[in-house]
Design a protein around this ligand. Sequence first.
Ligand code: PMP
Length: 397
Amino acid sequence: MKVHRAAQNLSANAAKDDPATPDLRRISVECERLGGINLAQGICDTGLPRVLRDALISAVDKGFNTYVRLDGIAPLRRAIARKAKRINGLHVDADRHVLVTAGATGGLFSSFWVLISPGEEVIVFDPSYSYYAHLLRRVGAVPKFVNLKEESFALVPERLTSALTKKTSAIILNSPANPSGKVFTREELEFIASIARRNSLIVFTDEIYEHFLYDGRKHISIATLPGMWERTVTVSGYSKTFAITGWRIGYVLCREDWVRRIGYVHDLAYVCAPAPMQWAVADAINILPSSYYTELARSYERKRSMLIESLHRTGLKPVCPEGSYYIMADASALPGRTGWERAMYLLRRSKVATVPGSAFYHDESGACLLRFCFAKTDSVLSEACHKLERAAGRQQR
Ligand code: PMP
């Protein structure tokens, strides 16, 4: 019975400290009931590159359906190591510095579990992807939220330095970021790196949106800055880049002793990332030309423009994202006392679901914001824009 109570406590705590999950679930259920378009959840339903489908079928046919090495199959580790050199400027050894994980989430959870001790404080920049705070709490750590600057989402150096205490052990970075679309500049990364070096902090960097960059921006991996490799855990994956969120292929790049320890915990929790998917992703990394990635960014830039222009027309002032595939917009013009009420109003009025900004903040800063996801096919996105504009037209009349 003890176990049963522990499980109950765990889910009760999860519900208590998570404003995002119930809101997201409720809004998605309501969206489905109304037959609306779900721009709330970050599900990428744009379709996957053909090469992945063919490679997956071939992997299954060849019998690659059993457990594999806990750090992932060699062809995938080698493909990731080559990609890390080419795209990130990280010179990693496929046998020592790469761990294939069950999605980026599996990498985040296992590395937090290994490298953060209960009671330690970890800096999280708000607005933030809500999993960070949840995962941190599950390993007994204390998230310390540092708000980025209102509207521009710039780093405010004094806010970061004043959040540091003797208990601070790590910083979580996410660039390009969910939900803000922020891409940290080289100067900001250098500042964070200097703080990490000076205070012996670990940096966990979630780079899952590294290919979703707009207006000519370049991705910078903080692990490439001087003195950072030894203290950085770089987490990324293919959920977004290949539109395969259900395949669960992510990875961690870090120093060898950490790979071994994180791999041990990842093995206990997941055994290994799905085997046939590992073969297919390895093939896709090797086969797809660099134009795949540039075209991906270009097509998402077009989606971004479509939604930004539509939001301007509806009077929901958007903050133009620099990367990732979300837009935060000011919904203070909508009736409602809370973000949730505004999101529900918009859903009922337009049949377009969004996430209240409050889901990504730990203070009141997000109350008037809504997050829109644009990882949709052009036709679905265009229909969503149409619905938003029609509803705004009705509201003004
Ligand atoms: N990190 C961020 C910032 C995300 O937005 C998401 C998906 N919403 C993830 C990680 C999860 O990635 P994966 O599917 O590889 O676990």
